[in-house]
Design a protein around this ligand. Structure first.
Ligand SMILES: NC(=O)c1ccc[n+]([C@@H]2O[C@H](COP(=O)([O-])OP(=O)(O)OC[C@H]3O[C@@H](n4cnc5c(N)ncnc54)[C@H](O)[C@@H]3O)[C@@H](O)[C@H]2O)c1
Length: 268
């Protein structure tokens, strides 16, 4: 289901928008009338996302941007400002997963995940905030993760990075509030995206992994990228005008549940 929001006249920048949650969000914002900037390191898929949006009647441009490189982030944000003269929504979504425990994670592997998932979020949100601060309005969104709270031993660097995104989001929300800029995080899981499919492949039986990840959720399934996009549009819209510094789950109820095996009382 897509709730109707009107982003006509708004400029929306989304990192990691060449696939998964970012691409679905780019399509949804464009369908709601926004001028969308698709930022990603993957030029081929990023161009394709922008072309698909244009073919559907929307406005989208691809801009190559490696979120770990501040010069590229500055160039990308500069291109948006040169093109549209404004940034109304910046969705700092780019990220990579990680499936190794602390003991076997090499320092360079750790730095790479933290560089993309946490420092990348810092660099893009910082440049977007500087642009929005002059305009004294805007919305900044992050894609965090429930792994910032509850994780697994194998998800070491990812869990640390996503917990860090929560801290970054809260600090920026406080700094941005006097300028009328709202800052929030989405905590999705598990969402059917190329990244999730790649992780399922590691299990040796990807279809079984997808089924299991769905079955443990109270709603009994994994989520769709469009369902995360719906939350992004809500948080960016005036309907969320009093929401800032918040983390919103879109996880099929998983975080509400105690781990299996903790039930002590038989239902009456
Ligand atoms: N899929 C899930 O279940 C899930 C759950 C929780 C959080 N997330 C988070 O959601 C976000 C999107 O994930 P997804 O599942 O859509 O993954 P995805 O792999 O489908 O998309 C991620 C995108 O980020 C891009 N990217 C990677 N490194 C980059 C860099 N240095 N600079 C710019 N772009 C870069 C990739 O090219 C890709 O297009 C990530 O931050 C991820 O951690 C996903």
């Amino acid at each position: 289901m897509t709730i109707t929001h009107d982003f006509s006249g708004a400029t929306v920048v989304i990192t990691g928008a060449a696939g998964g949650i970012g691409a679905a969000s780019a399509s949804a914002f464009a369908a709601a009338g926004a001028s969308v900037w698709v930022l990603d390191v993957d030029s081929g898929r990023g161009e394709a996302v922008a072309a698909d949006i244009a073919a559907a009647g929307g406005r989208a441009r691809f801009q190559r941007c490696d979120v770990t490189d501040d010069a590229e982030v500055e160039r990308a944000i500069g291109a948006v400002l040169a093109g549209d003269g404004r940034i109304d929504v910046a969705y700092c979504n780019a990220g990579v997963g990680w499936t190794k425990p602390v003991s076997t994670t090499e320092p360079d592997e750790w730095r790479k995940v933290l560089d993309i998932d946490l420092t990348g979020a810092f660099l893009t949100s910082r440049r977007a905030f500087l642009a929005m601060r002059d305009a004294r309005s805007g919305v900044i969104l992050f894609t965090g993760s429930p792994h910032g709270y509850r994780t697994m031993a194998e998800t070491s660097a990812y869990a640390a990075a996503k917990a860090g995104v929560g801290g970054l989001m809260r600090a920026l929300a406080l700094e941005a509030a006097p300028y009328g800029i709202r800052v929030n995080s989405l905590l999705p899981g598990a969402i059917d995206t190329p990244a999730l499919r790649a992780e399922a492949e590691l299990s040796g039986d990807p279809e079984d992994a997808i089924r299991r990840w769905g079955a443990v959720r109270p709603l009994g399934r994994i989520g769709r990228a469009e369902e995360v996009a719906d939350l992004a549009l809500f948080l960016a819209s005036p309907a969320a005008s009093f929401i800032t510094g918040a983390e919103l789950l879109v996880d099929g109820g998983a975080m509400a549940a105690q781990p299996a095996g903790l039930a002590t009382v038989a239902p009456k």
